[in-house]
Design a protein around this ligand. Structure first.
Ligand SMILES: Nc1ncnc2c1ncn2[C@@H]1O[C@H](COP(=O)(O)OP(=O)(O)O)[C@@H](O)[C@H]1O
Ligand SMILES: N[C@@H](CCOP(=O)(O)O)C(=O)O
Length: 335
């Protein structure tokens, strides 16, 4: 049998990007997951006009995901083959959603990571994981979701200066220690905020003082996460590059922020481009912090749910299965 596999299932973690001062360069994988199953389809030459793409979507907010060739998972799948100079093979993609869409938890990054990983497996794994990371960053245009989504853990990504560039990966990525006593608490409101919209409100230029502020606070955040220093975390989670502009897109932000701190959180930040808010807490305070955030949003007339999560350390995980090539299903797919 060829080295390619006819079916592969890829599980991809959610991610929380920026973490305050780490705008567009710093993020962590969280224990919420999307799953993508790719099955190569064997077309029957005697049956004309067969569908070469079938997409099934189920789970959380499944009705909000497009099931045609504009689907982001398939776009990543096709980008992989284009990178090899090939057309994508006929494929069935089954998407099981566990990460809320357009909430600042990296759902788009899961789609990109899943599509690239699935294609790589069906093609017999011609690319390394770091080559997939480069392709993913090229698609998402910022590394702070796709890097932890693929690699797991808490990751800082720095672009390699031109004078040091080689034909290898264009990014230097480091794994950042996250102390086991620091609990991420996510409060996810019912309303959405697309990353595209949240990026449009950002200035194109910043002052020197803003640059210095974020540089210093990111360094403090890295040390606070590694050492579980609550005072450093309190100070470190603020930023001047995105939060001052995006908080205005998140009704109830100030009330939820105050409630989280009053309940004992070290600090609170916008998760990714929002509207999810991320608090960092000790294990003992995490339940109170979650309750306080939901109640604060409720008083503002906004439904939400909050939960403690953990840092996912595995990143995207794929399981291959050799099974008879999928026969085209007789169901019709849109598009
Ligand atoms: N799991 C998914 N499967 C397919 N497409 C997705 C998925 N998640 C996100 N997308 C696509 O990515 C687009 C951008 O999502 P985005 O606003 O970045 O959400 P998030 O902040 O969660 O990453 C969505 O409008 C949707 O078209
Ligand atoms: N650095 C990006 C991160 C976007 O994260 P997402 O989870 O909202 O996709 C940004 O802040 O725009």
């Amino acid at each position: 049998m060829s080295s390619t596999h006819s079916t592969v299932t890829v599980t991809v973690p959610a991610t929380t990007a920026n973490l305050g001062p780490g705008f567009d360069c710093f993020g962590a994988a969280l224990t919420l997951y999307n799953q993508f199953k790719f099955s190569a389809i064997a077309l029957n030459p005697s049956t004309p006009d067969q569908k070469t793409l079938q997409i099934l979507v189920k789970g959380l907010e499944a009705d909000r995901v497009i099931a045609d060739e504009t689907n982001l998972v398939y776009k990543a799948f096709a980008k992989f083959y284009a990178h090899l100079g090939q057309s994508p093979p006929p494929v069935e993609i089954e998407i099981e959603l566990g990460v809320p869409l357009a909430r600042g938890l990296g759902s788009s990054a899961t789609a990109i990571a899943g599509g690239l990983m699935g294609a790589n497996h069906l093609a017999g794994k011609p690319l390394t994981l770091l080559q997939l990371v480069d392709l993913a960053i090229d698609m998402e245009k910022h590394p702070d979701n796709v890097v932890p989504a693929l690699l797991g853990g808490c990751r800082l990504a720095a672009s390699i200066p031109e004078e040091l560039a080689t034909d290898g990966p264009g990014w230097e990525i480091c794994d950042v220690p996250w102390h086991s006593e620091i609990v991420p608490v996510v409060a996810i409101p019912e309303f959405e905020l697309s990353t595209e919209t949240a990026r449009q409100v950002l200035p194109t230029h910043y002052t020197r003082a803003d640059a210095i502020y974020n540089t210093a606070h990111l360094g403090l955040l890295l040390r606070g996460l590694a050492t579980n220093n609550g005072q450093w975390l309190r100070v470190a989670m603020s930023d001047r590059l995105h939060q001052p502009y995006r908080k205005n897109l998140i009704p109830g932000y100030d009330a939820v922020h105050a409630a989280a701190l009053n309940a004992g959180a070290y600090g609170l930040t916008i998760s990714g481009a929002g509207p999810t808010l991320l608090a960092l807490s000790s294990p003992a305070q995490s339940a109170d912090v979650a309750t306080a955030m939901v109640e604060a949003w409720q008083k503002a007339g906004i439904k939400s749910h909050a939960q403690s999560v953990q840092i996912d350390l595995r990143g995207s995980v794929s399981v291959e299965a050799k099974s008879p090539l999928k026969q085209p299903a007789n169901f019709s797919t849109p598009g």
